[in-house]
Structure formats: structure tokens, C-alpha cells
Design a protein around this ligand. Structure first.
Ligand code: NAD
Length: 356
């Protein structure tokens, strides 16, 4: 066994520890079966970090991340930290960590499992076969732009992108489109915003290097509508931070539950792999959370950070088999279930299939 990797594990708050434990269970099973070794180092972030150190992103976490090959993350946040000043809240720790890691590209697949085609609020004919990858710019735009202020009689934020920021995210999206169905839709609001006009021009420039990719542009309001009307028209969607935040959540609902979908944040160095949902404080500690999004994030980690593609395939197949056999956590329990299982039982079943 000579392939060995160090994984930084950030369990976080709410259901974070429960779902990450299940992903580790599956990683352990698949790594033994595939002949590589994983070492884990736990790092603090968010509310758990505030409680133990007073800050949402401790320096030890920043340094620890740099020593790892990839980071597996659960979720952070909860009502007990909601009244803190904005910079001291759990979410600020996550935003700062992403910035620190230089993870400027957020990859959010939205796919519909055949077994759960009835879980979506849309008609099966509209969503069967949906397989979209949303590429969201993650470290620029409206969420980070300066100046920003909250004053007594006004408040403002700034949506700003540099040429380099647009170029590098466009390249990520075109590269992904080349590995998929070679269709890329760049989403902006260039009829109203100068920053979107700039975005569109740069995407057009990058497209010259990718003649095989069919590039289209769409306004974000139309994209929101088209995602619901006819999602199968999309292959890869490229968009800015705020538009991507909203569109990828809308896209995620095509699959029926946000407990199913993974995400990857990649960029210059170590990548961060996490479910798209939050810390679900309403169900934390009950053992009923759906761990599949986090297990799927672990699969993306193997594929995109560690190049362990066979192991990633094993996990993806194991998830499909688990769903095909009718095992469901409560959030998807209404759809063709043969057995409702706990978070931990779901982890056991996927780990068992993944190790075969
Ligand atoms: P949420 O995603 O945590 O929950 C929304 C709804 O989906 C809840 O009803 C929840 O029970 C359900 N849900 C979420 N994940 C589930 C899973 N794996 N299995 C079953 N059901 C699941 O969003 P929210 O309620 O808006 O936010 C709760 C907290 O999470 C807030 O503090 C928020 O700031 C934080 N948050 C963190 C992240 C992150 O860590 N990346 C992302 C979004 C929200």
C-alpha cells in the first residue's frame, strides 16, 4: 500500500459531525478495498471553533489545511451563534477559509437519480436524465467586493470582478465542458450590469481557445426560469458568485432533496469538498440526516483532488445501488422506499457496497 493521503476533516456544527462520520466510514471501506491509505486530521471551523477558541477560523486550521492533500467538510452554523457580530459568525469563518485556500471555483453537480425521479417537485418527464454542472465563481464578486457598509441611513455592497478572476473561472468551466458534453452556458446580467458586460466579453475571449465547446449566454432571470422549465437543456453553467449561489440551490431542488448533492471548491491548491446543504440544526443529533451528499462529496474529493477515480466510481455506484435497493433516509422516505434507515445505517450500507 504505497498511495497515502492526508485528509483534513472539518466536521463543523449541527448535523456536520454525523454526516462526516458516515463519509469517513465509506472512505475507509473503499480505500482498503482499492489499496490506498488515508490519514485524517480534524480541524476546527465555525461554531465549534468559536466555542473552543473564540474565533470562527483559528490560525491552527489555516496552517493545518496547508499540510493536507484535501479537506472534507460537513457544515457550519446554528442559531446559538446568530447574534454575534458578522465577522465573528460561523459563516465568516467559512468565507475566510475559502479565500485563504484560494478555492475560486465551486463545482456543483445537479443530477437526478433515476430511483428518485418522483422526489422532485417537477414532473418526471422534465427531470429524468438531468445532469448539470454549475461552475460558480467563489472568491470574488458581490460577497467580497469593497467598499461595503451598513450605515444608519444606507447600506451598500460592491460587485467587482478583475480580468484575471473571470479568466481563471472561465478556463475551469471550459475544461469541465470538454470532459462532458461540450456545452457551456455563461449566465450574467449584462443588460443591466457593467460587471456582467465585462464578464461576457472575457468569456468570449476564452472561448476562442475551445472551438469544440458550444458557448451560449443567458441572463440570470431567464436562467432561473429555464432551470425549472427545461433543465435538460443545460450541460455546464458558468456564473458569478451571487448568481451561482442562487442558481445552484434552484438546480439542487431538481433532484428532490438537498441532502443528496455534493460540491467541490477547487483552485490554486488544496480543495474543499462539502455537501451543498447547511448544518440543519432542526434535525441535528437525531440520527436522521441524509449523509449521501457528504459521501458523494468524498467521492468528488477522490476524483478531483486525489485522482483515485476507481474508488470514486465505486462510491458513486454504491450510492446508486443503495437507492436502487430502496434504502432511504427520512427526507427522501416518501419515494419508492423499501426501508427507512438512519444516517449511520445509510453509511453502513454504502460502505458495504463500496468495498465489494
Ligand atoms: P440547511 O441546508 O441547513 O437546512 C434546510 C432544510 O433542509 C432543513 O429543513 C434541514 O433539516 C434540511 N436538510 C439539510 N440538510 C439535510 C440532510 N443532509 N438531510 C436531511 N435534511 C437536510 O439550511 P438553513 O436551515 O438555511 O441553515 C441552517 C444553518 O446552516 C444556518 O446557520 C446557516 O447559516 C448554515 N449554513 C451553512 C452552510 C455551510 O456550512 N456550507 C450552508 C448553508 C447554510
Amino acid at each position: 500500500m504505497n498511495r497515502s493521503y492526508k485528509i483534513g476533516v472539518i466536521k463543523g456544527d449541527g448535523i456536520g459531525p454525523e454526516i462526516v462520520d458516515e463519509a469517513i466510514k465509506v472512505l475507509d471501506a473503499v480505500s482498503v478495498a482499492q489499496g490506498f491509505n488515508l490519514k485524517y486530521e480534524e480541524l476546527l471551523l465555525g461554531g465549534a471553533a468559536i466555542d473552543q477558541t473564540g474565533v470562527p477560523l483559528p490560525e491552527e486550521t489555516i496552517q493545518g489545511v496547508k499540510q493536507c492533500d484535501a479537506i472534507l467538510f460537513g457544515a457550519i452554523g446554528g442559531p446559538q451563534w446568530d447574534n454575534l457580530e458578522r465577522t465573528l459568525r460561523p459563516e465568516s469563518g467559512l468565507l475566510a477559509l475559502r479565500k485563504e485556500m484560494g478555492t475560486f471555483a465551486n463545482l456543483r453537480p445537479a443530477m437526478v437519480y433515476d430511483e428518485l425521479v418522483n422526489a422532485s417537485s417537477l414532473k418526471p418527464s422534465v427531470i429524468q436524465g438531468v445532469d448539470i454542472m454549475v461552475v460558480r465563481e467563489l472568491t470574488g464578486g458581490l460577497y467580497f467586493g469593497q467598499p461595503r457598509a451598513l450605515e444608519d441611513d444606507k447600506a451598500f455592497n460592491t460587485m467587482i470582478y478583475t480580468r484575471e478572476e473571470v479568466k481563471r473561472i472561465a478556463i475551469v468551466a471550459f475544461d469541465i465542458a470538454m470532459k462532458r458534453n461540450k456545452r457551456l452556458c455563461s449566465v450574467d446580467k449584462s443588460n443591466v450590469l457593467e460587471v456582467s458586460q465585462f464578464w461576457r466579453e472575457i468569456v468570449e475571449e476564452i472561448a476562442v481557445d475551445y472551438p469544440e465547446v458550444a458557448l451560449s449566454h443567458m441572463y440570470v432571470d431567464n436562467a432561473a426560469m429555464q432551470l425549472i422549465r427545461d433543465p435538460k437543456q443545460f450541460d455546464v453553467i458558468l456564473t458569478s458568485n451571487i448568481f451561482g449561489d442562487i442558481l445552484s440551490d434552484a438546480a439542487s431542488m431538481l433532484s428532490g432533496s438537498i441532502g443528496l448533492l455534493p460540491s467541490a471548491s477547487t483552485g490554486k491548491g488544496v480543495g474543499l469538498f462539502e455537501p451543498i446543504h447547511g448544518s440543519a440544526p432542526d434535525i441535528a443529533g437525531q440520527g436522521i440526516a441524509n449523509p449521501l451528499a457528504t459521501i458523494s462529496s468524498a467521492s468528488m474529493m477522490l476524483r478531483y483532488a486525489l485522482n483515485e477515480n476507481e474508488a470514486a466510481d465505486k462510491i458513486d455506484e454504491a450510492i446508486k445501488k443503495t437507492l436502487a435497493e430502496g434504502y432511504r433516509t427520512g427526507d427522501i422516505g416518501d419515494y419508492d422506499a423499501t426501508e427507512i434507515v438512519t444516517c449511520s445505517q445509510m453509511g453502513d450500507i454504502v460502505a458495504d457496497y463500496a468495498s465489494r
